[in-house]
Design a protein around this ligand. Structure first.
Ligand SMILES: [Zn+2]
Length: 491
């Protein structure tokens, strides 16, 4: 009904693991979609010389806290934080208040994300009602509204029988089960990695075996049923081995590691600063090295943040009372580049294309998220991250747009920074700042490409802006619903 705005990102290094592309190229965006990747150029031009263009980043594991925890984060603030981190899709966990254990909360979170317009959101549904570990949640009803993954994340499902039944149901929709992998009896009361250091500090420990026992159990159950299993926040060397062996046996398992677990160690507990308290806890240098090896050989598929905002009045308590968790959306890319791709000491863990795969392509594939993770090809939705791989910046907690500032990377100087984030042809972030045009409810419905006409990088205006809001919702759930709709029964 209206003309389509065309924009060319010129001269960037385009890295697209899904197609194997890694070359200097132009990316032409027409309306919401990619028109071409190569030598062509059309419409407005945005100089991206020296920058890297990749599929938008995808985070399998975030906590957006809404409903119920709005003092720490909201869907709007969390997706703004995601956009600034280069993410175009995130998967919020179910431990909200009320719990996302039925379709109503799932729909509420998706609507809030659509209204904010900054990042696609694919909510994770709870495995059990109220995360109590006993009766299964309404898995069928949630699958019917597009949920592809179920997790009681934060709380392990202790009962092997409940877990096995959940896997059997989830298999009906070929959906994924993700269990918080810490045996609750073994970690009871623990606040730090069990070992010599925790003993010296007088902190009750969480043994690495707690994680490994739970992962081993879940791998065996998934193997027996042919069910899909995703292991969150892998933190121990033996856990990496278990997953590696299971993959070799053909178990349908994927795994994620967090930036904090592949870069920080337990020694940070020494000052009792609760910003470093997290579950599973920061471990040893040997564990960090094993996680890096797991990322390098693909045993660990994805980098996920476990973005866990906590308001200062909660987190700034003494170690034993502060809730576990760290924010991570705005630092994930830079920590990955700094620690894994361009380390100051030692050999790199990942090449830049491998890092992009772990931050975008692999998580999108592992969670069946349509339209994200590439391939960047004509007709695909223009969901893109554009970053400066050389930019150095120092993390200032108060500058984070997340409503919470509990970052373990405070005052660290990192390498690599998001310049632009593009969600279906709209800039959600432009020149490192959030755009207003990202909000489809801003009244004028103009896409950000037309909102940037005053920018000095841009050439002459060739097209009038189209009208009407972006159909975010449609593409958000289309692929997932198609498969879920076949099965309407609820657990
Ligand atoms: Zn979590």
């Amino acid at each position: 009904m209206s003309a389509t705005t065309t924009l060319t990102l010129t001269g960037a290094r385009v890295i697209d693991p899904a197609s194997g592309r890694d070359e200097i190229a132009n990316v032409v965006i027409e309306g919401e979609r990619i028109a071409s990747v190569g030598d062509d150029s059309a419409g407005l031009r945005l100089d991206c010389d020296g920058l890297v263009v990749t599929p938008g980043l995808v985070d399998l594991h975030v906590h957006l806290r809404e409903p119920g925890g709005e003092d720490a984060e909201t869907v709007a603030s969390g997706t703004a934080s995601a956009a600034l981190g280069g993410f175009t899709a995130v998967c919020p966990m179910a431990n909200t208040q009320p719990v996302a254990d039925h379709a109503g909360v799932i729909e509420q979170v998706k609507q809030l994300a659509t209204a904010a317009g900054r990042c696609d959101v694919y909510p994770v549904g709870a495995i059990t009602q109220h995360l109590a570990g006993e009766r299964l949640a309404e898995l069928g009803a949630m699958a019917a509204v597009g949920v592809r993954c179920f997790s009681d994340d934060g709380i392990p499902v202790a009962s092997a029988q409940v877990m096995r039944r959940a896997m059997a149901y989830a298999r009906t929709w070929d959906a994924i089960i993700c269990n918080h992998a810490e045996d609750p009896a073994l970690v009871s009361g623990g606040t730090a990695n069990e070992g010599e250091l925790a003993a010296r500090l007088g902190l009750p420990g969480r043994p690495h075996e707690a994680e490994e026992v739970m992962i081993a159990r879940d791998l065996l159950l998934a193997e027996g049923l042919g069910a899909r299993l995703h292991i969150p926040h892998v933190s121990t060397a033996r856990a990496v081995e278990l997953i590696r062996e299971a993959k070799q046996r053909g178990v349908r398992v994927t795994a994620e590691a967090t930036p904090h677990h592949f870069s920080l160690t337990e020694e940070l507990a020494e000052d009792f600063d609760a910003v470093y308290r997290v579950n599973p806890p920061l471990r040893t240098r040997a564990d960090v090295e094993a996680i890096r090896a797991g990322l390098a050989d693909g045993t660990i598929d994805a980098i996920a943040t476990d973005h866990a905002p906590h308001a200062p009045e909660h987190k700034e308590q003494e170690w034993g009372h502060a809730p576990p968790g760290m924010v991570g959306l705005e630092t994930a890319l830079a920590v990955t580049l700094t620690e894994l791709v361009h380390p100051e000491h030692g050999e790199p863990t990942l090449t830049l294309p491998q890092a992009v795969r772990a931050l975008s392509t692999a998580p999108a594939r592992s969670r069946d998220i349509p339209g994200h993770g590439g391939p960047l090809e004509p007709g695909a939705p223009a969901n893109l991250a554009v970053f400066d791989p050389e930019a150095r910046w120092t993390v200032q907690p108060e500058d984070l747009v997340s409503r919470s500032h509990n970052t373990p990377f405070a005052h660290r100087t990192l390498r690599g920074r998001i310049v632009h984030t593009v969600l279906r042809g709209r800039f959600t972030v432009h020149d490192g700042a959030l755009t207003d045009a990202a909000d489809p409810d801003d009244g004028d419905g103009e896409p950000a490409v037309s909102g940037q006409l005053n920018h000095t990088h841009l050439g002459p205006v060739t097209d009038p802006p189209p009208a009407g809001p972006t159909p975010v919702e449609e593409s958000m759930v289309a692929g997932a619903e198609a498969s879920a709709a076949q099965e309407g029964s609820s657990a």
